[in-house]
Ligand binder design. Structure first.
Ligand SMILES: Cc1cc2nc3c(=O)[nH]c(=O)nc-3n(C[C@H](O)[C@H](O)[C@H](O)COP(=O)(O)OP(=O)(O)OC[C@H]3O[C@@H](n4cnc5c(N)ncnc54)[C@H](O)[C@@H]3O)c2cc1C
Length: 340
């Protein structure tokens, strides 16, 4: 097998797959490396906000919700959205993104291969050494490329149960006394429902969060005793995504929203923008810039709760009032972008 590539992308999550798609049919030879046997599966809620609109994810593969329910301090509010939220199984999303780059002459996909070490100009995997002109770290929240660049990581935690019951409402439940500014979520899919908690380690322990989630599942008669929970970290510390000929995308770049945990759209957006930047060094990455504004707005809320944790409940009450206003929804969540 060829050992020298123009571009090596580590990680076939949404960031890596979208980056490879941008480079398809170009003059560059591309190697996409994934440690898992199968592309797609990942512990995730599978929620797609309007920021994913650009990526033409087929409606047939998703469920669409025009309303969402928010719970705070025993009070329930049904909220109508400016843009609907969709849900999609991560296996399906991965396979959809993979399909677009399968069988393309300039792209080699290497699965079941783990990158062990990054060097200047080359990487070492359990299948040997490969050299690169450009390296893209799309290898998630525990990125080896990020470590090589000497960047710190800050994470929140997502814990998820996938239960067989199929329900019809998306729910966000806030319990500031237990999860701080984190929340419990219910995301219905076509064949099951994903239910989990999202929190920062400094605001809740994994043990407490799991206990709380299981109590909720039990009280609401979900079948979970024979289902294994899954957990993963989400890196939200963004320090840039261009480091000479090395790029970071998605979670590896810390692009996940610290406030909502949304990471699929930032992964797709950054993967796309990095691919385009490699093709044209003059490219200004407008979509990423736009997304960073949204991330900044969302994290302003988190900074306030950090500064005054005892006020979290009151900030949430104000937030719940504001988020009912369509203009604020667009300001806080961003809006779809369709232009090519
Ligand atoms: C419980 C939970 C719920 C979530 N819910 C949502 C949601 O509803 N909506 C949303 O937008 N986001 C959600 N997220 C966040 C979202 O899952 C991630 O932000 C998103 O998957 C990031 O995509 P990525 O491509 O950057 O990284 P990943 O999807 O993590 O992909 C990285 C890939 O790199 C591979 N890899 C890692 N290291 C190596 C290595 N050394 N060698 C080779 N391959 C490697 C991995 O196997 C993986 O396939 C959730 C996260 C969690 C934990």
């Amino acid at each position: 097998m060829e050992k020298n590539f123009d571009v090596i992308i580590i990680g076939a999550g949404p960031a890596g797959l979208e980056c490879a798609k941008q480079l398809k049919d170009s003059k560059l030879s591309v190697l996409l490396i994934e440690k898992n046997k199968e592309i797609g599966p990942k512990v995730c809620a599978g929620g797609l906000s309007c920021l994913n609109a650009k990526f033409n994810i087929p409606g047939l593969m998703t469920r669409t919700f025009n309303d969402q329910i928010i719970y705070l301090s025993g009070k329930e509010d049904r909220m109508n959205l400016a843009f609907p939220l969709r849900t999609m199984e991560r296996y399906d999303l991965g396979q959809y993104l993979l399909e677009r780059i399968k069988g393309i002459k300039n792209i080699t996909i290497l699965k079941e291969t783990t990158v062990k070490q990054i060097n200047k100009g080359s990487i070492l995997t359990d299948k040997g050494k490969f050299s690169y002109k450009y390296l893209v770290g799309a290898d998630g929240s525990l990125s080896v490329v990020r470590k090589f660049l000497g960047l710190k990581t800050k994470v929140s935690i997502g814990l998820r149960y996938k239960v067989p019951e199929i329900v019809n409402d998306v729910e966000w439940r806030f319990y500031p006394e237990i999860l701080g500014s984190g929340y419990l979520w219910v995301f219905p899919h076509k064949t099951h429902t994903n239910i989990g908690v999202f929190f920062e380690p400094k605001e809740a322990t994994m043990e407490k969060a799991k206990e709380f989630l299981e109590k909720f599942l039990k009280e609401n008669n979900y079948t979970f005793s024979d289902v294994k929970p899954g957990a993963a970290t989400l890196n939200f510390l963004y320090k840039g995504c261009i480091f000479g000929n090395i790029f970071l995308a998605g979670e590896a770049a810390g692009l996940t929203s610290r406030t909502t945990g949304e990471g699929i759209a930032p992964a797709l957006i950054s993967g796309r923008e990095i691919g385009m930047k490699i093709l044209d060094p003059e490219y200004k990455m407008p979509l990423l810039k736009e997304f960073l504004k949204v991330k900044g707005r969302q994290e302003f809320f988190k900074k306030m709760t950090d500064a005054m944790p005892f006020m979290t409940k009151y900030f949430l009450i104000i937030f719940m009032r504001l988020i009912k206003i369509k203009k604020f929804q667009i300001y806080f969540e961003g809006k779809p972008s369709f232009e090519e």
